[in-house]
Design a protein around this ligand. Sequence first.
Ligand code: COA
Length: 334
Amino acid sequence: MTQTSFQVRQCVNVKEAVAAHYAWAITEQWDAGKDGNDIKLAFYPTHSAGFLIGIVTEEEDREEGKVTNEKAVSCICGMKYDDGTGFLALYIVGDASQRNKGYGIRVFNQSLEDLSSSRWIGLNAVEEQVSNYQKSGFILRGSITRFNGRKKKEDNNRAITGASAIDIDRSHLFVEKLIDRDHRSSGLYRPTFIKNWINYHESHGWALALMHCQPGAEEKKVVGFGCMRPLASGAYRIGPLYADTLDYAVDLVTQLMGKVPDDAEFTTDSFMATPEINELFQNKLGWSPVATFYQMWRKGADHSNEEDHESHPPPFEAPMTKDGYYSVFSLEVG
Ligand SMILES: CC(C)(COP(=O)(O)OP(=O)(O)OC[C@H]1O[C@@H](n2cnc3c(N)ncnc32)[C@H](O)[C@@H]1OP(=O)(O)O)[C@@H](O)C(=O)NCCC(=O)NCCS
């Protein structure tokens, strides 16, 4: 006789997280960072405790004794930032034949419970899952558009502003500026994640600061930040992208595209807060919008009795600037 049981637990190490979260993201054709590097080098080091897997255990009584077989079937990443905000990602039942057995909702609920002390918990949903997340108390608050494009001949010689891009080294100054810039635009305060993100991009991608000496100024100052990483498919994803003006944004994307061969494909995810985003990616660069994701938020359980959403808006809506905020770090974790 075979007995089957199910339990949810934390991944024991990053290898286990990559074997589930990355492998299944690839099965779902979510074009994740090459070799699982988003997870290995940024998400897991930021909040390893948030990586959960659902395990089915089968115990079979055989003549030679009891045989136990364990199999991971579901996963989720419940990211927690320095400011306590939670963000759910990589919610997957890996093998489609194992869906509709409750293995998904149980990892999801465990992650919600783990993040119950968070004032806010966010996620970016595919359209088919929006109604499920509504059942879990999430409210639709915005959308993310994915733009895809290729480099064109004119992109090679385009330099509008004369600004120069330099690698963001681990210098305190640049990283602190990026942390502040992100905080003002995303509403999230997440220095641990951003430091990991920059380290990741220095070794496995590109992390640039755009510098310019404006008329009348004596010194160059930072006018934009942009990172780019290779993906499993061979394309490159830009994120984040911050720039003081549309022209600086064009120059920064051009500099990033210049790092890789001419036939490369590019992709980026934008929280659709300003008209400049379409202006940059569609009108200036000729990229196409290819998918929409839905940003949803709910309060952690400990905050469910606080005043309504309007008096304490979710981080992405906090009254800060969205100007110059062109792309998010990552669709998965905001
Ligand atoms: C999303 C996914 C993980 C859900 O797992 P599943 O095995 O299909 O769902 P379960 O069997 O655990 O669901 C049990 C019940 O909970 C519901 N449910 C699932 N996830 C839920 C959630 N996050 N919140 C509320 N309800 C949920 C289901 O609709 C179902 O309800 P029903 O019994 O009334 O039909 C799975 O379908 C999947 O891997 N999909 C592909 C990847 C994907 O799209 N992930 C989400 C990206 S945003």
